[in-house]
Design a binder for this molecule. Sequence first.
Ligand code: HEC
Ligand code: HEC
Length: 419
Amino acid sequence: MLMLFVAWLVTALLQAQSDDLLMLPGLTGPEREVFRDGLAVFRKQVSVKGVEGFADTEAGLGPYFNMDSCQGCHSHPTSGGSSPLDNQQREAAVRAGAANRVPAFIKPQSAAIQLRARQALAPWLPAGSVVPLFTITGRSDAPNCDLPQMRIDQMFRHGQVAIRMAPAIYGSGLIEAIPDGTIVANGKKDEAKRRLFGVRGRPHVLSGGRVGRFGWKASHASLEQFIAEAYAVEQGVTNDLYSQEPFPVPPGCLQPTPEDRRNYFARRGIDSHSNVDRLTHFVRHLAAPVPHDSGPRDPELAQASQTFEDIGCGLCHTPTLLTGASAYGNLAEKPVPLYSDLLLDRMGKALADGVNQGLATGDMFRTAPLWGLGKRHFFCMMGAPEAFWRRSKRMAALSQMRGRAFAAFGFYPPPCVTV
Ligand code: HEC
Ligand code: HEC
């Protein structure tokens, strides 16, 4: 018995130590405590009724959802990463007796995904919005809910929806802290070389005037907004920022909203946080991927970085941007080696997903940050527009260049697994 306890204790301690490695350096004691709180929520499963129905779950799942935890889509190689190799959505679809059919394109080994509407599918499903995969109908903790699942396979066959996979979210707080002006100014550098390669990135200026930077189409500037939306849309947990169910549902499926909220009357400050507060603090202070040392000591890597620049990849995948004067000390004035200019690029017909979000039309995407790429299972969009490839080919033989460009990050791409 004692041995078992000791083994448990050692495992728990090791876990705690490796969890602390996920923190961006520079957090104070209380900040670390909130970080751990946020990590716990990130990993926790959500059920309809919370602990009333299932031990160790948060309340608020559904009625529509894509997955029942953040971790389910962002876990490789650690919490906050990208999609795991085994698709967890298949299990979540039928957990606790839920009656969902798993769509054919969600295979056992496929990326965790969400669907986006290519066109308006209903008044409450405008073009660009997330089309939910599953419902809670049939679950033991939702006995009165009778809400049919959407006809996902059919929508997919008819090309009404596009698949979007989960990116890694490491270093997101640093990305949030890059000033709008820095992104705009960086996009105007190297004008002559940009023209030569036909590269014309533009900032995604959102309706409030801020420069968007999160999501495949840079649709959000604020982590809190993005996360509150993810909680409401991916898991169906309504919250202080998304205080009503985003889709119309029959009364038998509804719970009073918002399901997650602040507790202004808590005795200790730390107990007053909503789960969105906790998740936001966690994601904001999540450590950034550490690049392989590409200094002069490793001539091959140094040469590869040079090739990356020479052939024009760096025109969009800016190696480093700087954060501004953040009130969060650990985010202020820091270099962010993200390999992205955070601008929207026209990727051409072959890569278009046909989804419009704000200024980002069907073939426009945010330059994907490339940091941490070596630790990913899924990345199938071979990211550069056709016109760029044609120009770039003049500079280097394609096969040789690809190898070199990837070597710049100290790895070669794993085999591509399609969704
Ligand atoms: C069903 C899978 C899924 C779940 C569950 C999920 N995400 Fe995501 N996440 C995605 C996808 C797909 C994107 C890209 C969305 C887009 O392009 O708009 C994304 C993007 C993000 C981003 C933006 C990263 C960037 O740089 O663009 C953050 C931050 C994020 N998710 C946090 C969370 C948090 C926190 C939760 C839990 C509340 C969560 N996600 C739950 C799939 C998921
Ligand atoms: C015109 C700007 C632009 C240029 C130039 C460019 N990229 Fe990209 N890259 C993007 C965009 C936008 C994406 C995300 C959308 C996509 O993958 O289609 C992307 C995605 C990627 C991805 C996939 C990342 C992921 O998260 O799945 C890789 C790898 C990549 N680029 C490598 C390169 C390399 C290597 C070069 C130089 C040969 C290059 N890119 C040149 C804009 C660019």
